[in-house]
Design a protein around this ligand. Structure first.
Ligand SMILES: [Fe+2]
Ligand SMILES: [Fe+2]
Length: 280
């Protein structure tokens, strides 16, 4: 099995409507804005992952792993470019306060690349990847019928590909530097770092959009927030916590059939499909 069979770089053409409603999950602004904030995070986080992997490449002595890294870079490069279409459509509605939040995030990731060790950056990358793999697994079971269909498509494609490359950051960290304690400490710090940004951005969007008064007021919003937190917390937290155990490896995670089917579907509808670009 070649890397191209397991990690497929798909070029997609999602059509996000120019006038897309920021409440992308019908009737649920809180859930909508968490998803949008994740989308807004990606054009900063994913280029940072790519810089990190490029910095690691010269130290990778296994040919297959180097090919997987090239495919990882290919996939992540497509992800944030596609999310930019959604982000730009949202920003056309206003939300001027996003610029300051994004600047801060951009500065953080530029600083990590310049000032932190490759080991730190690889552990950050794995902290993010361990999280997205679990997010993909729980999303596979969710009912997304209330989502704006084009946006749902974008997120499903992204999560299916996250699972395809779930082992790469872990393997690179292990190969180039390794160390369980460092990986979990930095990984936990990373999850706190990007989730804090996501929550602050969600909070901003909730206020700036006027969606709360339009959806039943503050108590209704609080009720929905609690229901969402309990439901997703219940599904996601134990799975993420298990990634902190000493024996954890993403290689042991079974990929749900739904995600395999989605990957096959997106291969079919992709504009083009490429194997990994040459890694060196
Ligand atoms: Fe991604
Ligand atoms: Fe990823």
């Amino acid at each position: 099995l070649s890397v191209a069979d397991t990690i497929t770089v798909r070029r997609m053409r999602f059509t996000i409507p120019q006038d897309v409603d920021p409440v992308i999950v019908q009737g649920r602004p809180e859930e909508s804005f968490i998803a949008l904030s994740l989308s807004l995070l990606l054009p900063y986080l994913e280029p940072y992952l790519i810089r990190t992997m490029k910095a690691a490449l010269p130290q990778i002595t296994k040919r297959r792993l180097a090919d997987e890294v090239a495919a990882f870079i290919g996939q992540e490069g497509q992800h944030y470019r596609q999310h930019l279409h959604l982000n730009e459509a949202i920003k056309r509605k206003g939300f001027g306060g996003l610029a300051a939040l994004e600047d801060e995030l951009d500065r953080d990731y530029q600083r990590f690349s310049l000032e932190h060790s490759l080991r730190f950056n690889l552990a950050y990358a794995e902290g993010f990847e361990a999280f997205t793999t679990q997010l993909a697994r729980i999303t596979a079971d969710l009912d997304m019928s209330q989502w704006q269909p084009d946006v749902a498509d974008l997120f499903r494609w992204h999560l299916a590909e996250e699972v395809e490359h779930k082992n790469v950051a872990f393997d690179v960290y292990d190969h180039v530097c390794g160390g369980y304690v460092h990986r979990t400490i930095v990984g936990g710090w990373a999850q706190r770092h990007f989730l804090r940004w996501v929550l602050r951005t969600t909070w901003y969007l909730l206020h700036a959009s006027g969606a709360v008064p339009a959806h039943g007021g503050a108590w209704a919003s609080l009720r929905r927030s609690l229901a969402f937190t309990v439901d997703r917390g219940w599904r996601l937290t134990p799975k993420v916590l298990r990634t902190y155990l000493p024996g954890y490896s993403p290689h042991h995670i079974e990929v749900p059939q739904v995600l395999r089917d989605l990957a096959a579907h997106y291969s079919e509808v992709a504009v083009s499909i490429a194997g990994p670009p040459p890694s060196r």
